[in-house]
Design a protein around this ligand. Structure first.
Ligand code: G
Ligand code: G
Ligand code: MN
Ligand code: NA
Length: 254
């Protein structure tokens, strides 16, 4: 309850921002886009992790408000990237179940498409396996409608939830993100290595894109390249950076 009130106040005080983490094509190193990760800097508590506050507000009105704030911010980020000469990149936004099941989601996103006159393909919506099974019928219906508008979907933390390949087959999903626990175990644990390589092979065969999350070492990156993993994300490639740092640094990096 306290956190909920604080989240409401935090909105008014502009305490939320996004940190952006690069995603690159592994074979070429080419930047393909960013995952947007919410950051809350509280005036007294300092940094509050989304792992702490998202579960608490998950089923409240605050989550819905925060969700819409984030989606709108993603459009603004695309616009700013354009201004500094980086068009055609993607921004991936994490959605919680309550946000995804909110009846206003589709009208809201339609409005943003018009307001920003953007290509919906540039916005990637990340769902977890848990979100998908919360209400499979409505999830499929909402996904199909949003896909028709052009938005793309990824399944986050793949392999840690209720992986149902039957659902995967029915969903309009472009991207599978292999959970970082498998990537971090890959070098020492043969089972993790096999899980990663066979997931990559399966996703490639299904004609979807595969993202390896949480790449922390050159060895992991090398192994993933050998396994034909298309896209990579992790501290070894880039830490999440603030919007300001991104706009300042990006032009220098290329
Ligand atoms: O940086 P990291 O600590 O950002 O993120 C921790 C967790 O919070 C991850 O599971 C991530 O998916 C989730 N998360 C980060 N940003 C958002 C957001 O904007 N919305 C939702 N629903 N979850 C987020
Ligand atoms: O659940 P989701 O995949 O959205 O969460 C992303 C989380 O992973 C964020 O907390 C982000 O800060 C974190 N993260 C991103 N790259 C790395 C990495 O290389 N190592 C670790 N340990 N965490 C990472
Ligand atoms: Mn994510
Ligand atoms: Na993840």
């Amino acid at each position: 309850i306290e956190i909920e009130n604080e989240v409401r106040a935090a909105f008014k005080n502009d305490e939320f921002s996004f940190a952006l983490q690069a995603q690159v094509e592994i074979a070429t190193g080419k930047l393909v886009g960013f995952e947007a990760l919410i950051r809350w800097i509280h005036p007294q508590r300092g940094f509050v992790s989304p792992d702490e506050f998202i579960p608490i507000i998950e089923n409240s009105e605050s989550m819905i408000d925060l969700g819409y704030w984030g989606l709108k911010r993603a459009f603004i980020i695309l616009e700013k990237l354009d201004e500094i000469g980086f068009s055609g990149l993607k921004v991936a936004v994490n959605l919680s179940a309550s946000q995804f099941l909110d009846p206003q989601l589709i009208p809201f996103l339609k409005e943003q498409l018009v307001a920003f006159s953007r290509d919906a393909e540039q916005i990637e919506l990340e769902l977890t396996e848990r979100t998908v099974v919360a209400d499979i019928e409505q999830t499929l219906d909402t996904m199909q409608q949003l896909r028709t508008l052009g938005f793309t979907f990824s399944i986050d933390d793949f392999g840690t939830g209720y992986s149902s390949l039957a659902y995967l087959k029915q969903m309009p999903v472009e991207i599978i993100k292999i959970d970082r626990s498998f990537i971090s175990g890959m070098q020492d644990d043969n089972a993790d290595m096999k899980i990663v390589s066979s997931t990559i092979a399966m996703v490639n065969k299904l004609g979807m894109q595969v993202v390896a999350e949480g790449i922390e070492t050159a060895e992991q990156l090398q192994m993933l390249a050998t396994m034909q993993c298309e896209i990579g994300q992790g501290y070894f490639i880039s830490r999440p950076v603030s919007e300001k740092d991104l706009y300042d640094l990006l032009p220098l990096k290329v």
